[in-house]
Ligand binder design. Structure first.
Ligand code: IYR
Length: 229
């Protein structure tokens, strides 16, 4: 579909334009900041189902992200099948066992201590959905010939940010989970070797007794992350 020789530059008048005035803009930006400050990575889920239509809208939102040469080098697999989730959990915990037994290296394992993470990943079976995000190293024309993708990690990172934001906007919580290595996901989910699994997002509703690590509330102050010149 993309990078075809037949695609040409064709400028369209900007289809959508904000009507906010400066005062409304300031209020909107502050409201959105407040909304996003209420997003937390959650590790404790209920098994309460989430409509597929909601997941589809959130993934469609991710699909609106900007990407290198507009090649949209991503694929999302939304898993709700309990047996498939159990397989993913089993394989992920196998990798995590090696990681926490020392494979991750002392410094990395120490850095995770304040987050309280460990080998057990119950969210992978409790959460009603696992969204697995794949990055496409290259694209393929219909005849199987390849074309290059550009800025793949950046593009997939932006799309994942859109997805996490969309899920939060829909009143859901999620956890970014990155077992290392993740190649087992290609086999379990039938994705080609040209695609690199980037992360698993466990998605659903928070358990009544869900907690977050206190350190997660410590965000760098603006003057540390921003320079205005
Ligand atoms: N994949 C492991 C380790 C882990 C790594 C990072 I970086 C984190 O921010 C959290 C965990 C795990 O999920 O436990």
């Amino acid at each position: 579909m993309f990078a075809k020789q037949s695609l040409r530059f064709d400028p369209l008048p900007l289809p959508h334009r904000s009507t906010l005035n400066d005062q409304q803009r300031l209020a909107a930006s502050a409201d959105f900041l407040n909304h996003m400050r209420q997003r937390h990575s959650v590790r404790d889920f209920t098994d309460q189902p989430v409509d597929e239509a909601v997941i589809k809208n959130c993934i469609a939102t991710a699909g609106t992200a900007p990407s290198g040469a507009n090649h949209q080098p991503w694929h999302f697999v939304a898993v709700r099948n309990p047996a498939a989730k159990a397989e993913i959990r089993q394989a992920a915990e196998k990798e995590e066992e090696k990681f926490y037994a020392g494979g991750g290296g002392d410094e990395w394992i120490k850095a995770l201590e304040p987050l309280g993470t460990g080998v057990e990943k119950p969210h992978l079976t409790t959460a009603p959905w696992l969204i697995v995000i794949f990055a496409q190293r290259f694209g393929e024309f219909d005849d199987g010939t390849r074309y290059k993708n550009y800025y793949v990690p950046e593009s997939v990172g932006i799309a994942t940010g859109f997805l996490i934001t969309a899920l939060h906007n829909a009143g859901l919580v999620c956890l970014t989970h990155t077992p290392n290595p993740m190649k087992f996901l290609n086999g379990l989910l039938g994705r080609p070797p040209s695609e690199k699994p980037v992360m698993i997002l466990a998605v659903g509703h928070p358990a009544d007794d869900a907690t977050i690590p206190a350190v997660a509330k410590i965000k760098k102050p603006l003057d540390e992350i921003l320079t205005v010149k």
